[in-house]
Design a binder for this molecule. Structure first.
Ligand code: IMP
Ligand code: MG
Length: 181
């Protein structure tokens, strides 16, 4: 694992600190309201769990899974809903919880889709943001960290579906994946 971790970009403590700050800001902004946290699976799930604990207004959670057509490393913008929400979001204050925004194509599609369901409001919180690679304009209401244009792993983000449980963010060395040995 030591060789696989080429560089630690963000430590466990830094993430926890920033997630608490985001939770505090969201709690202030939504004072007197209720929130529906809409987690995008699978990458958003670790962030959702920590963020929800630092939000003090009443909240519900629901989950959506999407897959984008195209190769594993390039978003095509054509998105398929693999798992839809369980409940209607009409009249609710919806906050989309995303792990990372890269090209923005996935979110662009989701936002258009969700707006048609008439939520009272629709905002986005993304823990990581790679603005250098943006293909479409997306207004991110809450963003945790700006990331250089590198492929990162950990804290919900996978490398070939594994390592989502690593508590920090690292740049992997693909030649040293311990699972290949
Ligand atoms: P977008 O449509 O290009 O914004 O794609 C966003 C999705 O791609 C994220 O929700 C992640 O699942 C995935 N993704 C983008 N960048 C990374 C990365 O650096 N590591 C792991 N997954 C990533
Ligand atoms: Mg994702």
């Amino acid at each position: 694992m030591q060789e696989f971790v080429q560089e630690i970009l963000i430590s466990d403590a830094q993430i926890q600190q920033r997630v608490s700050e985001l939770g505090a800001q969201i709690s202030l902004d939504y004072a007197g309201k209720e929130i529906l946290l809409l987690c995008i699976l699978k990458g958003g799930v670790i962030f959702l769990a920590d963020l929800a604990k630092s939000i003090t207004v009443p909240l519900e959670m629901d989950f959506m899974a999407v897959s984008s057509y195209g190769s594993a490393t390039h978003s095509s913008g054509v998105v398929k809903i693999v798992k839809d929400l369980e409940e209607s979001i009409e009249g609710k204050h919806v906050l989309i919880v995303e792990d990372i925004i890269d090209t923005g194509l996935t979110l662009k599609y989701l936002i258009e889709n969700l707006k048609q369901r008439q939520p009272a409001s629709l905002k986005i919180v993304a823990l990581f943001d790679k603005p250098d690679n943006r293909a479409v304009d997306i207004l991110v209401d809450y963003s945790g960290f700006i990331i250089p244009n590198k492929f990162i792993v950990g804290y919900g983000l996978d490398y070939r579906q594994f390592y989502r449980n690593v508590p920090y963010i690292f740049v992997p060395n693909p030649e040293k994946d311990p699972r290949d040995r």
